[in-house]
Design a protein around this ligand. Structure first.
Ligand code: Z5A
Ligand code: MG
Length: 212
């Protein structure tokens, strides 16, 4: 073999209820890892920059109405349109820190009453995360934080159902972190868990697909 192979990057997802701190922690984790000299990018879903992402964005801000199944499939399609790029980034050694993924997709749609298995089906074949960092926070606590209540899904009763469906999706890639702790404490825990994951991937842990 003359071809030199690069150690692959990790697919690390942040999940949690609205206002659990995902976006804040993604930004902090990305700059920490970049500071360590690692190749790291911040991603998020929905990716509102694409045509599909713009349809999702207009739905979320109540500017358009879409059937529950249609919006579910659009969220999924928004991940599928990024799959090839995601795979090439990971195999070429870049770690991706991703704000929400298929777990948000299933938990939110199932909370509306769609069948759980039906919701999972279109996610099959997307890249499985190496690590899901779940920021655990009671819905009531999340509601006390700034900016809650402007978009479509930001209602307390609904968030409680979302939490139940998230719980049903937990698997061995999940690490649950107490999202009620001070931002700095959460940040510290995430750093350590993420670094462990990155070394495992560098040491040859294979990439697999959802939901296997
Ligand atoms: N959705 C879906 O239905 N299907 C899908 O497939 C996907 C998504 C991917 C938009 O998502 C919606 O799309 C979302 C799910 C649905 N539902 N809603 N609404 P989004 O990612 O665009 O949502 P967002 O509005 O950007 O953010 P968020 O997720 O709701 O919040 P967050 O990122 O978890 O939290 P944050 O912005 O980092 O922090 C919130 C506030 O809390 C802020 O004032 C912070 O300063 C404060 N904060 C954060 N951490 C702490 C701690 N530890 N202590 C005290 N205060 C804190
Ligand atoms: Mg956010």
């Amino acid at each position: 073999e003359s071809k030199t192979s690069v150690a692959r990057g990790s697919l690390i997802i942040l999940e949690g209820l609205d206002r659990s701190g995902k976006s804040s922690q993604c930004a902090k984790l990305v700059s920490y890892l970049q500071g360590k000299g690692l190749s790291v990018e911040a991603w998020r879903f929905p990716d509102r920059t694409t045509v599909i992402g713009q349809m999702i964005s207009s739905y979320l801000s109540n500017e358009s109405h879409l059937d529950d199944k249609v919006i579910h499939l659009l969220f999924s399609a928004n991940r599928w349109e990024k799959r090839a790029l995601m795979e090439s980034k990971l195999t070429s050694g870049t770690t991706l820190i991703v704000d929400r993924y298929s777990y948000s997709g299933v938990a939110f749609s199932a909370a509306k009453g769609l069948d759980f298995q039906w919701c999972k089906a279109p996610e099959e074949g997307l890249i499985a995360p190496d690590l899901v960092l779940y920021l655990d926070i009671p819905p009531e606590k999340a509601a006390e934080r700034g900016g809650y209540g402007t978009e479509r899904y930001e209602k307390l009763e609904f968030q409680k159902k979302v939490a139940e469906h998230y719980y049903a999706l937990r698997d061995s890639s999940w690490e649950v972190v107490d999202g009620c702790l001070k931002m700095e404490s959460v940040e510290e825990q995430l750093r350590e868990i993420a670094m462990n994951c990155i070394s495992k991937c560098q040491n040859g842990k294979p990439l697999v697909n959802l939901w296997s």
